[in-house]
Design a protein around this ligand. Sequence first.
Ligand code: CAA
Length: 260
Amino acid sequence: MAYKNLMIETEEGIAILKINRPKVLNALNVETLEELQQALKEVEERKDVRVVILTGEGEKAFVAGADIVEMKDMTPAEAINFSRLGHTTLGMIENLSKPVIAAVNGYALGGGLEIALACDFIYASEGAKMGVPEVTLGIFPGFGGTQRLPRLIGKGRAKELIFTGEAIDAQTAYGLGIANKVFPSENLLEEVKKTARRIARNGPVAVSMAKESVNAGYDLGTEEGEAIEITTWANSYATYDQKEGMGAFLEKRKAQFKGE
Ligand code: CAA
């Protein structure tokens, strides 16, 4: 399908989803979020796609937040719908059966940082700036920032970022555990692709089950999380890829995974 505010490129088992509204620093309006949902359904269904990269078009921004022009005159009822749309879209990223890596290539502010936090992990460019400046607009993070950020970096650090609205640079984000790696901007996409290719070589069902196990257990107690791991792990023995992966190891050859 053709998109107005998004671009999808696929290569070697990797789909690159680019938010494409560079004139407004890739701000997320309703239309873009709806297109993103459609694109996520598309990559979920495509068997040739094993890993997804989410990034922003242009050199300046990943996503500079939800679209302030669209939000300015919202009623509370409209705001609920908008926040729900954001949450549903970010939930689709978080629960996609394939890994999603955020390539943060510039400003990731407000909804922009929140969408990156819904990805499985973040790589950032040296010049990236991340923050949740919503309080400077008289609102506060509404696409999951008050939930995902404290879980990732701890309550106190998250509150400091949320209450001050201050943006941090990529090295600080790395130090806080928001970005896993930082690269010069010209290398960012290639480095993200390298990691994506590495993941794409592994058993797709196993990677997917690992994502499911981490996500499902994250907010639970250790014992409940372990129970999820045991069941999900045992289910991996029902796959072709488990026979192929272990068979290939013992036959000293490269595994040919099918994703089934
Ligand atoms: N919504 C709508 N338009 C935006 C935007 C946004 N979030 N961010 C930037 N733009 C637009 C600007 O209005 C500007 O448009 P015009 O050319 O028509 O004036 C264009 O993008 C370029 O931006 P700037 O001229 O401001 O660029 P800059 O380099 O001077 O500043 C910036 C860059 C610091 C990122 C600045 O644009 C900025 O502060 N943007 C807003 C960031 C923000 O507050 N994000 C949070 C939004 S609220 C939210 O996300 C709610 C939620 O939790 C879901």
